[in-house]
Design a protein around this ligand. Structure first.
Ligand code: SAH
Length: 453
């Protein structure tokens, strides 16, 4: 299997397994700044006032609200939420993401998925589940790899499942992935709210939450999804841990401000670790619940999860920030008009995943993509591309994804795997091999360097 995987990977990367560069998708945007490279708050304010009104009436009615509730309302309120109403991705939007920068990113994830499917013994069914698919670009690049590697996937029955809270983005995804072959599902008790079919006839379904996705062998991908989930913020005080809340500034009635809760809240007593050494902590309880769901599904049905985001290993403190028009934006100003985000705490995710699944990483994006053979893939694309401006764009997007000073070291790859995936293969019964070591487990692509046979 190891040799097979290595040979396949080499074929994939060196033979130009996918269409050569197509300027429209190879480099979707000139390397515009991502969320990482924002510097100053924007001028002007074109926010619809309704989200602020909604929040101030809520606060007047119930008192100051946790940051998690603020973030949830601002981002995913079903009527006025930022994600629900906007198409925020790309140069015209508020931020740019790796799948939007280069097709290579999604292609290498496609190769990773196939190698994990092979590592799991090539089950008959493969569900690709993406959480927060944005414009659908990553899924589309992955499916293109699947279709080029049809001979490897053999008779596996592949389906695509998208967990997306935003009606606006789900329409964009449907357009990108199915053209006009999708429709709203209107049965009230149907957890699928849209279904469709790709060009190649693969079924695609949309859900509001992970719980609704059918069980079965699945590979889950979440790119810049966990950073959008609500966080609680806690501050160490002389009296112990206190939750940070959002309140109305008494001096300026249309302005919000942070306050520290005068007494412990349920969240401050349950979400801060007893041995915490930092003075300020952010915890995404929602992220923790989703990781628990992923872990449970992987243990019960097999599969893997790949979580890609900027984050830390339980070391950072205040990372809550807003982005609007590729600039940093005050998180409490004109709520609903800007993206809100916080670094992902991979230590916390690992703890919430529990001991039943194997966790790998986080490794930096640069390491992962290099281990997956991005350099070989770049050479193939450049060899097949003579247009100087497309070549320039290819090189600049490669640099954006891998340069340590750009996205290369800020973004991390973290994976949950079925425990059997890393278990040492059993020695055949009756064979006397005492002097030899047991064979090593098969390597997991991306987290270890691929060795070409
Ligand atoms: N993965 C894409 C988009 C990242 S933006 C990319 O990298 O380009 C975050 C995505 O998650 C958006 O599609 C947003 O609508 C979705 N999202 C945010 N919060 C969500 C939630 N609670 N449930 C489901 N989707 C959510």
């Amino acid at each position: 299997m190891r040799a097979l995987l290595c040979v396949k990977a080499q074929q994939l990367l060196s033979r130009g397994f996918i269409h050569p560069v197509r300027p429209s998708t190879a480099v979707r945007w000139q390397a515009a700044p991502s969320k990482l490279f924002c510097s100053s708050p924007p001028d002007g304010n074109n926010t619809p006032p309704s989200m602020l009104r909604h929040l101030t009436s809520k606060i007047k009615a119930t008192g100051p609200i946790p940051v998690a509730e603020y973030m949830r309302e601002v981002l995913t309120n079903p009527v006025k939420g930022y994600y629900v109403r906007n198409n925020m991705l790309g140069p015209e939007g508020d931020f740019i993401t790796s799948p939007e920068i280069s097709q290579i990113f999604g292609e290498l994830i496609g190769v990773w998925i196939i190698s994990e499917w092979m590592g799991a013994g090539q089950p008959k069914q493969l569900q690709l589940v993406e959480l927060g698919p944005g414009k659908g670009s990553l899924a589309s690049d992955v499916l293109r790899v699947f279709s080029q590697l049809q001979s490897v996937l053999g008779g596996a029955s592949v389906s695509l499942h998208l967990v997306e809270v935003s009606p606006a983005l789900s329409l964009l995804q449907a357009q990108n992935l199915t053209g006009n072959r999708s429709q709203e599902a209107d049965a009230e008790d149907d957890p699928v709210y849209r279904r469709g079919e790709t060009d190649a006839g693969l079924p695609v379904s949309w859900y509001h939450q992970l719980d609704d996705v059918p069980t079965g062998f699945s590979v889950f991908v979440a790119h810049e999804f966990f950073d959008a989930l609500p966080i609680h913020k806690f501050q160490r005080t002389e009296k112990g841990w206190r939750e940070v809340l959002v309140d109305i500034d008494p001096e300026k009635p249309d302005t919000l401000r942070f306050v520290v809760a005068p007494a412990p809240t349920l969240a401050s007593t349950s979400l801060v670790q007893a041995d915490e050494t930092r003075d300020h902590v952010e915890v995404s309880a929602e992220g923790g619940v989703i990781v628990q769901q992923l872990a449970r599904r992987i243990i019960e049905d097999g599969g893997a999860a790949l979580i890609i985001d900027y984050g830390h290993n339980g070391t950072k403190t205040d990372t809550f920030r807003g982005f609007k028009g590729h600039q940093l934006h005050d998180v409490l100003a004109s709520p609903g008009s800007a993206d809100l985000t916080a670094d992902v705490d991979f230590n916390y995710l690992r703890r919430m995943a529990g001991g039943g699944v194997a966790c790998l990483g986080p490794v930096t994006q640069r390491t992962f993509l290099k281990n997956m053979g991005i350099d070989t893939r770049m050479q193939v694309l450049l060899r097949n591309c003579s247009d100087p401006s497309t070549r320039k764009q290819l090189i600049s997007s490669y640099n954006m994804l891998t340069n340590p000073a750009k996205m290369g070291e800020r973004f991390h790859f973290f994976s949950l795997l079925h425990p059997s995936r890393l278990a040492k293969p059993q020695k055949p019964e009756g064979l006397k091999l005492e002097k030899k070591k047991s064979p090593a487990p098969l390597p997991v692509a991306g987290f270890t360097e691929l060795k070409f046979a």
